[in-house]
Design a protein. Structure first.
Length: 403
């Protein structure tokens, strides 16, 4: 965001990027308004309805006039359910250190506010935050807003876009305060194994006692292999006092707009987050919290249909895209995106942004350019749409990339 000398806008916003997809969305909209049929493969949210039980809980709360402020950290019953879910995903933490309790949880407006709360609560000016690239595009911007310094580790495609201890060791300095991990990853869909997390955890325990971890687990339910989800702390329980688990119901329960996310964190940090949230947004919308309780009470098989649909669409997309020989297609292990390497198609001086514009104009298909994810030679397409639209979109990509 520009901030000339005369601007009234705070310097804090200097260098913080606006949404990168705004321009492309405007182009899609303009073309659609002219009657052109553009397929939008940019969706960052499930195309499913929320669980019926969550809807019923909102109706009931509404009928019962549940209109009052709730506690800053969320309704006790919601915090308890989040703790229970976390305990189930972190049995090693439970067996060594005891259970997480509702009081370790702060419910925030989506995973986004949860992560922002952590940055604002932990970072002093100049503190470094290690962000493996490609990354979810808000991480660096949040670090900057909190006056920290993003430090990127470029992960390698031949290592499935995951970082190892060597790369981490090379990036850590005395100023490093936080390492961000995100598995399954947006945008690549990469998923860390328990062993890979154990290695990172062991390094942090032995060699980097000043570094905290934010583990963003928001796509935990959307996995394509048969293996189960691995929560970072379960592989590194010794880090219980300097790791924060971030999660929420946006992606895994198709409840993006209801803004339910949370942190599970050690007491001192939780207390700081409560102070920050208490003086900024307070507790999240009360109705959404009742929906959250209902969604967290659902058995896992309530989400089988959604997860199977993503698995099927992943297969559809990979099958069709394989026909474009020079297009690199990274097969995701989780989340609902396919990451496409477009280097072979770039003209001199071009990056993914220009190519994405050309794709919209000429192939009539919209994807998200990789620049804001720290991957200027890649684009991200979503598989969160009906099979027919997805097929058509992939076929258009193939005819563009094989012409
Ligand atoms: N983390 C990742 C990796 C995401 O992709 C997103 C949403 O796109 C979020 C966090 C934030 O999710 P929420 O909608 O719950 O704020």
């Amino acid at each position: 965001m520009a901030n000339g000398n005369k601007s009234a806008i705070a310097k804090r916003l200097d260098g913080v990027s606006e949404s990168a997809t705004l321009k492309l969305n405007a182009l899609v909209q303009a073309m659609r308004a002219r009657g052109e049929d553009v397929i939008n493969l940019t969706a960052g949210e499930p195309d499913f309805a929320p669980p019926e039980a969550a809807k019923a809980a909102i109706r009931k709360a509404l009928d019962e006039n549940r209109n009052k402020y709730t506690p800053v950290g969320g309704l006790p019953e919601l915090r308890e359910r989040v703790a229970k879910k976390t305990n189930a995903q972190q049995p090693e933490v439970v067996s060594r250190f005891g259970e997480w309790k509702g009081s370790d949880v702060v419910v925030s407006n989506g995973g986004k506010q949860a992560i922002y709360n952590v940055m604002m609560s932990l970072l002093n000016p100049g503190d470094e935050v290690i962000i493996p690239a490609p990354y979810w595009l808000s991480y660096p911007e949040m670090v900057k807003l909190a006056e920290g310094v993003p430090v990127f580790i470029q992960s390698r495609e031949d290592r499935k876009f995951k970082i190892g201890v060597d790369e981490l060791r090379a990036a850590v300095t005395p100023k490093t305060k936080i390492l961000i991990l995100n598995s399954p990853s947006n945008p690549t869909g990469s998923t860390y194994t328990k062993g890979e997390f154990e290695a990172i955890g062991a390094y942090l325990v032995k060699e980097a006692p000043h570094v905290w971890v934010i583990s963003d687990e928001i796509y935990d339910r959307i996995l394509f292999q048969d293996g189960k989800f691995h929560s970072f702390l379960d592989a590194a329980p010794e880090l219980r006092n300097r790791a924060v688990t971030v999660n929420g119901l946006s992606k895994s329960a198709a409840m993006t707009g209801w803004r339910i996310g949370w942190t599970v964190a050690p007491p001192e940090l939780t207390s700081a987050i409560l102070t920050l949230q208490g003086q900024s947004t307070s507790g999240i919308n009360s109705l959404a919290q009742y929906a959250g309780v209902a969604a967290l009470d659902l058995p896992e098989d309530s989400f089988t249909e959604m997860v199977s649909a993503f698995k099927r669409r992943r297969r559809i997309a990979l099958e069709i895209l394989a026909k474009a020989a020079k297009l690199k297609v990274f097969p995701p292990e989780g989340a609902f995106y396919v990451f496409l390497g477009i280097e072979a198609f770039l003209k001199e001086g071009e990056d993914a942004m220009q190519l994405s514009e050309t794709l919209i104009r000429e192939a009539k298909v919209a994807v998200v350019p990789g620049g804001p994810f720290g991957a200027p030679l890649w684009v991200r397409m979503s598989i969160a749409m009906d099979d027919e639209t997805l097929k058509k979109g992939c076929e258009r990509l193939v005819s563009f990339f094989t012409r």
